[in-house]
Design a protein around this ligand. Structure first.
Ligand code: ARG
Length: 460
C-alpha cells in the first residue's frame, strides 16, 4: 500500500477499506494529464522561487522521463498505489529524492484531481468532435450521391410524402451540427484552470495561477473561487449531457437502419462487415452493430443521471463522493467514441436499394397531398380537395392500385377539374422536385445545403 498520508495515523488501513477507497484501477488512465499538470506546477514553483530553480528543472526533467517510461511500457502503473497522483509522486521521489518531495508544495490532491479531470475531459471533447465530424463527412458523401434517390418520408411510421435519401440523411447531418456546437460551447465554458486552489482555500505560497493556467492552455485563466474550483463537476455533467444527446441521435438513426435493413423493408443492406449471423438459423444476417449502438444509449443516459445524482447532496467543498465521477464518465466516453466509429463504418459501407425505395414511395399514396394541391391550384378549396382525393385513395385501396394507375375517367368521377396534366403533377419526381422551399427535399434546395455543409466541413 503506497499512500501520500499516514503521519497522523496510529494504525494501518483495513485492507478492504483501502481497496474501496483506492482509485488507481480507473484513474491510471489520467497519467498524462497528471504529469502535464505537475510539470506546469513545478515550472511555476521554480519561477516564483517557492522551490529552487534547480529542483524545479530536475522535477520537470524527471517527470518527462516518467511520462516516456509509462508510454513506452517500461514503467507499469500498478495497483500498489492509492491513485495516479500517489503513483507519480512516489516514482518521482524514488528517482530524485527530496526534490521530488517538494513537488506537492502549495497543492492538494483536490485541485490536482480537478485539474486532471478537466484536462482529460477537454481532450475527450476534442476527440468526440473529430469523430462526429468524420461521421458528417460520410453523411455528406451519401447526401451528394443521393439527391434523386426517392424514398417515402414517414410520419407515425406511415408513408407520408416522398423525400430523398439525401434529405433524410440531411436531417441527421443537422443533428450532428447541433451536437458539435454543443461540444464547442462546453469546451469554451470549461476552459479555466483550478490548479492553485489547494484543498479548498487557496494557499499562503505566492503561486502564480495565471502562469499555470497559461502553461496548460486554459484561455479563461485561473478559476475565480477556490472552493468552487475543487468541487465543480458541472462541465462533466454538461459533457455527459452532450454525449447523451449524441447517443439519442445515433440511436434514432440506428433504429431506422434496423427497420430499413429488415426483410419487410429491404431499403438498405448493411455490409457483411457490420452484420452477424445466428448460431442456429443459417439464413440470418443481423444488424447487431446498430442494435448495440441503440442499446448503449441507455448506459450513457445512466452516466448522466448517475453524476447528477452523486452531485446533488454534496456540501462544499471536496467530498470523496466526487471520485465516483470517473468510472461512469470514462465508460460513457469510451462507449460513445466506439459507437461513433462503428456507426460511421456501418453507414459508409451500407448499400441503398434505390429501386425498392422508389417503388415504396410510389406505392404508398405519398403523392396524395400533391393530388389535392393540384385541385387547389385549379381553384378548388383545399378542404374539398382533401375529401375528393380521400375518396379516390379509398377506391385505389379497394382495387389494390396507386393513384397514378387511375384512368382520366376515374379521376373525373370525383371531379371534372381533373385533366391529363394530373399524371405529371403527381409523379414522384414532381412531388419531390417541386418542393423548393428552403430546407425542403428538392435537389435544388438540397444543393444549397450541400454548399453550406462543404463550407462548414472546410471541404474544397
Ligand atoms: N481519487 C480522488 C478523486 O478521484 C482524488 C482526490 C483525493 N482527495 C482527497 N482529499 N482524498 O476524487
Amino acid at each position: 500500500m503506497a499512500q501520500l498520508w499516514g503521519g497522523r495515523f496510529k494504525n494501518g488501513t483495513d485492507k478492504a477499506a483501502y481497496d474501496f477507497n483506492a482509485s488507481i484501477t480507473f484513474d491510471r488512465r489520467m497519467y498524462h494529464e497528471d504529469i502535464e499538470g505537475s510539470i506546469a506546477h513545478a515550472t511555476m514553483l521554480g519561477e516564483q522561487d517557492i522551490i529552487s530553480k534547480d529542483d524545479a528543472s530536475l522535477i520537470v526533467k524527471t517527470l518527462k522521463e516518467i511520462l516516456d517510461d509509462v508510454e513506452s511500457g517500461k514503467l507499469e502503473i500498478t495497483e500498489e498505489y492509492e491513485d495516479i497522483h500517489s503513483f507519480v509522486e512516489a516514482i518521482l521521489t524514488e528517482r530524485i529524492g527530496d526534490a521530488g518531495k517538494r513537488l506537492h508544495t502549495g497543492r492538494s490532491r483536490n485541485d490536482q484531481v480537478a485539474l486532471d479531470m478537466k484536462l482529460y475531459t477537454r481532450k475527450a471533447i476534442d476527440d468526440m468532435d473529430s469523430r462526429v465530424m468524420k461521421l458528417q463527412k460520410v453523411l455528406l458523401r451519401i447526401i451528394e450521391e443521393n439527391l434523386d434517390t426517392y424514398m417515402p418520408g414517414f410520419t407515425h411510421l406511415q408513408k407520408a410524402q416522398p423525400v430523398t435519401v439525401a434529405h433524410h440523411f440531411g436531417a441527421y447531418f443537422e443533428m450532428f451540427v447541433r451536437d458539435r456546437s454543443r461540444l464547442a460551447d462546453i469546451r469554451k465554458r470549461m476552459n479555466s484552470c483550478p490548479l492553485g486552489s489547494g484543498a479548498l482555500a487557496g494557499t499562503t505560497y505566492p503561486l502564480n495561477r495565471e502562469r499555470t493556467a497559461e502553461l496548460l492552455g486554459f484561455d479563461l485563466g485561473p478559476t475565480r473561487n477556490s472552493m468552487d474550483s475543487v468541487s465543480d463537476r458541472d462541465y462533466l455533467i454538461e459533457f455527459l449531457d452532450a454525449l447523451a444527446l449524441i447517443m439519442m441521435h445515433l440511436s434514432r438513426f440506428s433504429e431506422e437502419v434496423i427497420i430499413w435493413n429488415s426483410n419487410e423493408y429491404r431499403f438498405v443492406e448493411i455490409d457483411d462487415a457490420y452484420s452477424t449471423g445466428s448460431s442456429i438459423m443459417p439464413q440470418k444476417k443481423n444488424p447487431d452493430i446498430a442494435e448495440l449502438v441503440r442499446g448503449k444509449t441507455g448506459r450513457v443516459y445512466g452516466a448522466l443521471m448517475s453524476l447528477l445524482t452523486t452531485m446533488k447532496g454534496i456540501p462544499l467543498a471536496y467530498d470523496k463522493d466526487m471520485q465516483e465521477d470517473k468510472e461512469v464518465a470514462f465508460d460513457a466516453m469510451d462507449n460513445v467514441g466506439a459507437c461513433l466509429e462503428l456507426f460511421t463504418g456501418m453507414i459508409d459501407t451500407m448499400k441503398f436499394r434505390k429501386p425498392v425505395m422508389e417503388n415504396s414511395a410510389k406505392n404508398g399514396f405519398t403523392n396524395a397531398t400533391d393530388a389535392a394541391d393540384y385541385l387547389v391550384k385549379k381553384g378548388v378549396p383545399f378542404r374539398d380537395a382533401h375529401g375528393i382525393i380521400g375518396r379516390l385513395v379509398l377506391k385505389c385501396i379497394d382495387e389494390s392500385k396507386a393513384l397514378d394507375d387511375l384512368t382520366l375517367e376515374e379521376w373525373r368521377e370525383e371531379s371534372d377539374v381533373f385533366d391529363n396534366d394530373i399524371y405529371e403533377a403527381i409523379s414522384l419526381k414532381t412531388c419531390v422536385e417541386k418542393r423548393l422551399t428552403f430546407g425542403a427535399p428538392s435537389a435544388e434546395s438540397m444543393k444549397k445545403n450541400i454548399s453550406y455543409y462543404r463550407n462548414y466541413l472546410n471541404l474544397d
